[in-house]
Design a protein around this ligand. Structure first.
Ligand code: SAM
Length: 311
């Protein structure tokens, strides 16, 4: 039996059903990783992998129907010389060349291309989350509708303490939208409803999420200009994936998605063109790995003490 092909094809046979989910996902992850290209980084337990390159190229090498969940924080194409406020100072909004707009038609063409590839690689019940501001989110939403995704929610992320608007000619920009969508109308998507309810004081969780910008300790190893808060990605991972699932971020940056995925025992594939951001990702991963090992050692020690007391 070709375990990996069966797993990737998404048609589990009777035999497949007897294979633990963890083993199926481990095999599938290894297979996907091996056929993409030489990874830029892979951890010793082979759960966290980074690829350097253009996501359009890497996505086209990933087998169809193999990824359980995608989080994408694509270029918002807002680096056009505008001004903003940071730590009380007037600063230029430019994030880098990767964020410079070539016009709305080019932006929409790009969004259609990478979203189409993402749709191909999602499993039949897989979901995608895409973040954006007004610069890009209407194109993303339209492209998703054109491609036949099933839109599940549009989350309004309330940043709680956004920078003030210096011009005083607009409201302070305080939200981003995160569209959550399933591969198509037939998908039976994963939603961990009870967990979300529990995390929200036993009330149904709303699509309005109040989460502050990344904390100081999330930027200990360097700064990515558009780093997302870990709490945001933790909620997304916990809401829409199961343990051992395969999570992909095609615009990984400092790999906030990967850190959250690793924390909760999911497999992770991150892609970025920029080496500086990939090396920042590795530093963040190493720190999370040490923290996780430390917690595991404490847990084992506590178990041993409990056993000794019971004797
Ligand atoms: C908005 S940032 C993502 C930040 C990330 N969510 C984080 O928490 O750090 C977008 C990233 O996409 C990368 N990027 C832009 N175009 C790309 C492409 N075509 N392929 C791969 N990466 C790309 C940029 O280098 C940048 O790091």
């Amino acid at each position: 039996m070709n375990l990996v092909n069966e797993t990737l094809g998404g048609f589990p046979t009777a035999e497949m059903a007897t294979i633990p989910y963890a083993t199926q996902k481990k095999q599938a992850f290894k297979h996907i990783r091996n056929i993409i290209s030489e990874p830029y980084f892979v951890d010793e337990k082979q759960k966290f992998t980074l690829f350097k390159g253009d996501c359009l190229d890497i996505l086209s090498r990933i087998p169809d129907n193999s990824i359980d969940m995608i989080f994408a924080d694509p270029p918002y194409f807002l680096s056009n010389g505008g001004m903003s406020c940071h730590a009380g100072k007037r600063v230029c909004v430019n994030k880098g060349d990767w964020d410079r707009s070539k016009g709305i038609d080019e932006t929409h063409k790009f969004n259609l291309e990478w979203l189409k590839r993402c749709q191909n690689v999602l499993t039949k019940n897989g979901t995608i989350w895409v973040s954006g501001t007004s610069h890009v989110i209407y194109s993303i939403g339209y492209a998703m509708q054109q491609l036949g995704f099933k839109i599940l929610n549009d989350i309004a992320w309330d940043k709680i303490n956004p920078p003030p608007n210096l011009s005083c000619r607009y409201f302070t920009h305080a939200t981003e939208t995160i569209i959550w969508a399933a591969k198509n109308k037939d998908s039976k998507h994963c939603f961990n409803y009870s967990l979300m309810r529990k995390m929200n004081n036993n009330k149904q969780m709303k699509s309005l999420w109040a989460i502050t910008a990344p904390k100081k300790e999330e930027k200990l190893f360097g700064k990515h200009p558009t780093q997302k808060p870990l709490a945001l990605l933790e909620r997304i991972i916990l809401a829409s994936t199961k343990e051992y699932d395969i999570v992909l971020d095609p615009f990984t940056g400092s790999s906030t998605t990967g850190i959250a995925a690793y924390k909760f025992d999911r497999h992770f594939i991150g892609v970025d063109r920029n080496e500086e951001y990939l090396s920042l990702s590795i530093k963040r991963f190493n720190s999370e790995q040490n923290a996780k090992r430390g917690k595991e050692e404490v847990r084992l020690a506590e178990n041993n003490i409990e056993k000794l007391i019971a004797v």
